[in-house]
Design a protein around this ligand. Structure first.
Ligand code: A2P
Length: 275
């Protein structure tokens, strides 16, 4: 059985915990801290892992007999040979209080199955795709924006990302800025992706929750686009539980119907990782 040596910092005794059965043990390749609340990391990809861009996996640490696992959207596309994640840091969170301390070479555990509803196959084809995100909810869209399938199914993509402050927007801004230079998908994405940012707790060029910005029409006038319409558009939503409830209610009010892999339709929702 594989074991991972751990250093118990309280008494500096090395501890050994077995890797649970049917779990991948992967190495951390890079870590980047954006703010006191947000960081991203990349791990090696198990060769046998298959997933659709937009899906999530269960992540844990080898720091207990029965490790705590939490759902994490994969932020890298399905063709990438590493796996990227964008995470919140919760000081007393059962996983993130420890996960935020990972360094290159550390071991991260991952259950073997990927799943989720934020996949293009759960939507019927349309002209425009609106990806509505808050906080770490941008992660599955980082995956989908780097997947050629997304551009096969939709002509124009609008990513909205709302965070408490400006620094929290950096991950999404850098992602979108990097698309056109990407050797694999750069040409496909050219002129087809629009990023729409706002903040709610710090002064910025645009302030307010996305729900309010859509409801007042400011979203449409800022971008100079036609209003959301189920005839031409599809919506993917990822954020906190309350955000999902509110944006879903808004989508339904506009006449959009929720889809799934079994019954593709006009919008899909998924809760971003919290805790
Ligand atoms: P606010 O600052 O007004 O709560 P969090 O980091 O807590 O998940 O929040 C990320 C962003 O999502 C914040 O800008 C937050 O705004 C916004 N938000 C929180 N709840 C909702 C909601 N019900 N609908 C739309 N946006 C929301």
């Amino acid at each position: 059985m594989n074991t991972v040596p751990l250093l118990n910092t309280a008494d500096a005794r090395p501890l050994q915990f077995p890797i649970p059965a049917n779990v991948y043990a992967q190495s951390v390749v890079s870590v980047r801290h954006y703010t006191e609340r947000l960081f991203s990391f990349r791990i090696t990809r198990p060769q046998s892992l298959r997933f659709r861009s937009g899906e999530f996996v269960m992540i844990g640490l080898p720091n207990a007999e029965k490790p705590v696992f939490r759902a994490y959207s994969v932020a890298s596309p399905s063709w990438d040979d590493e796996l990227e994640f964008f995470s919140i840091k919760v000081p007393d969170g059962p996983l993130t209080s420890e996960l935020q301390k990972i360094e290159i070479g550390d071991t991260v555990l991952m259950r073997q199955k990927a799943t989720g509803t934020l996949v293009v196959d759960a939507l019927t084809p349309a002209k425009r795709l609106f990806m509505i995100s808050t906080g770490t909810g941008v992660a599955p869209f980082a995956s989908l924006l780097r997947d050629p399938d997304t551009y096969e199914k939709f002509d124009q993509i609008v990513l909205t990302h709302t965070c408490r402050d400006n620094a929290e927007l950096t991950y999404g801004q850098e992602l979108v800025a990097s698309l056109e230079a990407d050797p694999l998908i750069g040409e496909l994405t050219s002129g087809r992706v629009t990023l729409y940012n706002s903040t709610t707790r710090e002064e910025s060029e645009r302030m307010g929750r996305i729900t309010g910005l859509i409801e007042t029409g400011k979203f449409y006038s800022d971008l100079d686009i036609e209003p959301l319409n189920p005839e031409t558009d599809r919506i993917m939503i990822c954020g906190s539980m309350h955000m999902l409830q509110d944006v879903k209610a808004l989508a339904e009010k506009l006449g959009f119907k929720e889809g799934s892999l079994a019954n593709p339709a006009e919008f899909v929702v998924e809760r971003a990782f919290v805790g």
